[in-house]
Write a protein that binds this ligand. Structure first.
Ligand SMILES: [Zn+2]
Length: 223
């Protein structure tokens, strides 16, 4: 068969920064900024640090729904999660794409495994992940029972140290471990710490309500 209608759908994604403007759902003018980034219907989420995944079956479906991940196999849908220290994770598949908001509560709740499972149910057979700017252990003091719970579930490599030597959470190590447990071994990492980067917002750094975003979509591309 030949023809554009049969061209495979290829995942595309972008991690935004301060220069793209505040993409928090409550920010004035956010709709205009979304369309300036990607002029198609957006699915943003009412994020609650849980493991709910929405399946977007038409562009713009489930906008504002309470969930922390979105997946799709349809072209022209903009999937978005917003962050300011939590990890934004793009899941890139063959004819499928997903976005995940993963902080420590989401890791504990299993949001990454749930999103991978949802993509497999949609028919994706190969997946790789890209982790955008998030807080690094040097800036993320974290300890006690919550850290013990996470290391018990996902591995000792989640226990890090801050710059001052205090117990810390290595969020990226947690994302890697959760993805590996779900069968996704290929994971690229931005290496940018939101608390250190002047180009990004950080909740821990400044208690800001502003958010950067991960936005992802599928569009026809070269085979
Ligand atoms: Zn930092």
């Amino acid at each position: 068969m030949t023809g554009g209608a049969d061209a495979p759908l290829v995942p595309r994604y972008r991690f935004t920064g301060r220069s793209d403007g505040d993409l928090a759902a409550s920010a004035p003018g956010v709709g205009r900024r979304r369309q300036a980034l990607l002029a198609q219907p957006w699915t943003w989420l009412h994020q609650v640090h849980g493991a709910e995944v929405v399946v977007v079956d038409e562009p713009g479906a489930h906008a504002g729904v309470r969930a922390d991940a979105a997946v799709t196999t349809v072209a022209g849908a903009a999937l978005c999660v917003t962050v300011a220290d939590c990890a934004p994770v793009a899941l890139l598949g063959d004819g499928a794409v997903g976005v995940v908001h993963a902080g420590w509560r989401g890791l504990a709740a299993g949001v990454l495994g749930a999103a991978v499972e949802a993509l497999h149910r949609l028919g994706a057979t190969t997946l790789r992940a890209v982790v955008g700017p998030c807080i690094e252990p040097a800036c993320y003091e974290f300890g006690g029972e919550d850290l013990d719970t996470l290391t018990a579930a996902l591995g000792p490599e989640l226990a890090g140290r801050t710059g001052e030597g205090a117990p810390a959470l290595d969020l990226v190590a947690g994302v890697r471990a959760a993805l590996a447990a779900a069968g996704v071994g290929e994971c690229d990492v931005s290496g940018i710490c939101t608390a250190c980067s002047p180009e990004h917002w950080s909740h821990r750094g400044s208690a800001t309500t502003s958010r950067q975003a991960l936005v992802a979509t599928l569009s026809p591309g070269p085979a």
